[in-house]
Write a protein that binds this ligand. Structure first.
Ligand code: SF4
Ligand code: FE
Length: 483
């Protein structure tokens, strides 16, 4: 049975020997580390919900490769309906975790690599597609988490990979052997890598002939010798080391990113899915980015649902739920959030089959979706801060609340409406702090800006896909203008 239980997922990670560093030290058992654990809980939720009959339709799918019931996070989309369900699944998980649940990058990479290896084989007679299908069957059957890794450090942004002063600033092939290749380089801000069994590497930009050693795609286990994971800091992360959970804001869940070093990592032939075909590098990037831009029309909307709920609840606790300006601000938050959802659904409903057979989103609409995501969550967060009032950044700690000497003052003076315990008001305020300024702000704010490509990357795609000539022709036809 390909569906792992949440406990089996935990145990499977415990068996791995990843080289993880945090605060300059090696972390012996990452899954038990208090800073890492909440992010693991978010990924674990993708296993939990897949076991729940009420979410079966969204969380699972039938594999076109094995005919078995699999977790949708390992699925190749087979229809527009599958693309829509993907977005709905991501909204659901955003609602349940109020954070980044990390497993989408792998799903988006599978779908992009699948169609691209097919196209490469057609042009070059290579055997990447069959290799990738075998690999994905393994991932589906074992119900694995795979981190899709795209972003290189990039050094001087004005120079291509092969012209950098340090040739390792883009990940590259340093040695070719009969049985495989050796790669060196790094990938930055890798979402969820410590909670992943495997990493699926892709190039990060379109490339030319002189960059062909950098046009490489492959997959290896995350505990492969030479892979070093340096855990990324988040604002307020050390609150997770404190006693109690109130000041964390989101007591159970979180996300993470890391800098991942590939220090002469060996990749066997059967795990290589691109090796020098530089003309397909840009195509793979565009497809992966397109899928991940669609993803944000689901996950950020689900997280937005929680933030809107928190704003409405704190208005209630503050005694102002009926104030007309508060109601209007909440309506505006809903309007913005549902607009994001509309574009996520639209680019899915307007999807189309690729030559390989899986379904791809409408690229223009997926880029519009992500461009909106670079803006609307900021406005939603601004409105939540407005409604919350300043207390969410000036409030004393949980320890103060529990103190025998001063706790009673906090109880008394931080109380809102009668009948709501002070601690409940503090919990909601801390959640708003977490989502707008704390650890979850990485996922809801800055990742909304830069994840799946910074705003300018979408504008380039929008301009490329916009078909302005057709629009100009509409005018000429209307006005009987002949060239
Ligand atoms: Fe999934 Fe969203 Fe996290 Fe990307 S940012 S991995 S789409 S939850
Ligand atoms: Fe992301």
């Amino acid at each position: 049975m390909p569906l792992k239980s949440p406990e089996e997922y935990l145990e499977s990670l415990r068996k791995m020997k990843m080289e993880v560093y945090l605060f300059g030290e090696r972390v012996e058992e990452p899954i038990d580390h208090p800073i890492i654990r909440p992010s693991l809980n978010s990924v674990k939720m993708t296993y939990e919900l897949a076991q729940d009959p009420q979410y079966e339709d969204l969380m699972t799918a039938t594999s076109n490769l094995t005919g078995e019931k699999i977790n949708r996070f390992t699925h190749l989309h087979q229809s527009e309906e599958d693309l829509v369900k993907k977005v709905k699944m991501q909204r659901l998980l955003g609602q349940k975790t109020a954070s980044c649940f990390q497993r989408c990058v792998g799903m988006d990479a599978f779908n992009a690599v699948y169609s691209t290896t097919y196209d490469m084989d057609k042009k070059y007679g290579t055997e990447y597609f069959d290799r990738f299908v075998e690999y994905l069957k393994y991932v589906q059957t074992e119900d694995l988490v795979v981190d899709g890794a795209m972003t290189d450090p990039k050094g001087d942004r004005g120079l291509p990979p092969s012209k950098q002063a340090d040739p390792d600033l883009f990940l590259r092939i340093v040695e070719k052997r009969d049985d495989g290749i050796v790669v060196r380089g790094a990938k930055v801000h890798q979402t969820g890598i410590v909670n992943s069994h495997e990493v699926l590497v892709m190039p990060t930009i379109a490339m030319k002939k002189e960059d062909k050693d950098y046009a490489v795609s492959f997959a290896v286990p995350t505990d492969t010798s030479g892979i070093k994971i340096i855990y990324g800091r988040q604002s307020c992360d050390t609150r997770k080391l404190e006693e109690g959970t109130l000041d964390r804001g989101n007591p159970k869940f979180g996300g993470h990113e890391a800098l991942v070093i590939f220090d002469n990592v060996f990749v066997p032939n059967e795990r290589i899915f691109m090796c020098g075909e530089y003309d397909f590098s840009g195509i793979l990037v565009e497809r992966f980015a397109g899928y991940h831009r669609q993803s944000y029309g689901g996950c950020k909307v689900g997280v937005g649902d929680v933030l809107i709920g928190a704003a409405a609840l704190i208005a209630e606790y503050n005694g102002v739920p009926k104030a007309s300006h508060i109601k209007d601000k909440i309506i505006e938050m809903i309007h913005l959030n549902e607009t994001l959802y509309c574009t996520g659904i639209a680019c899915s409903s307007e999807g189309h089959p690729t030559e390989a057979g899986n379904y791809e989103i409408d690229m223009l609409l997926a880029n519009i979706c992500k461009q909106n995501v670079t803006r609307f969550p900021y406005e939603i967060a601004r409105l939540a801060e407005d409604i919350a009032g300043g207390l969410f950044v000036t409030m004393p700690s949980e320890q103060d609340l529990k103190s025998p000497e001063i706790g009673k003052y906090i109880e008394k003076y931080l109380k809102g409406v009668e009948g709501v315990p002070t601690i409940n008001r503090m919990k909601v305020l801390r959640l708003i702090e977490n989502m707008t300024l704390g650890t979850a702000a990485v996922g809801y704010r800055t990742e909304s800006m830069h994840g799946a490509g910074s705003p300018q990357a979408q504008r380039i795609m929008i301009s490329r896909q916009s078909n302005l000539d057709m629009k100009k022709k509409l005018v000429k036809d209307l006005l009987d203008i002949e060239d």
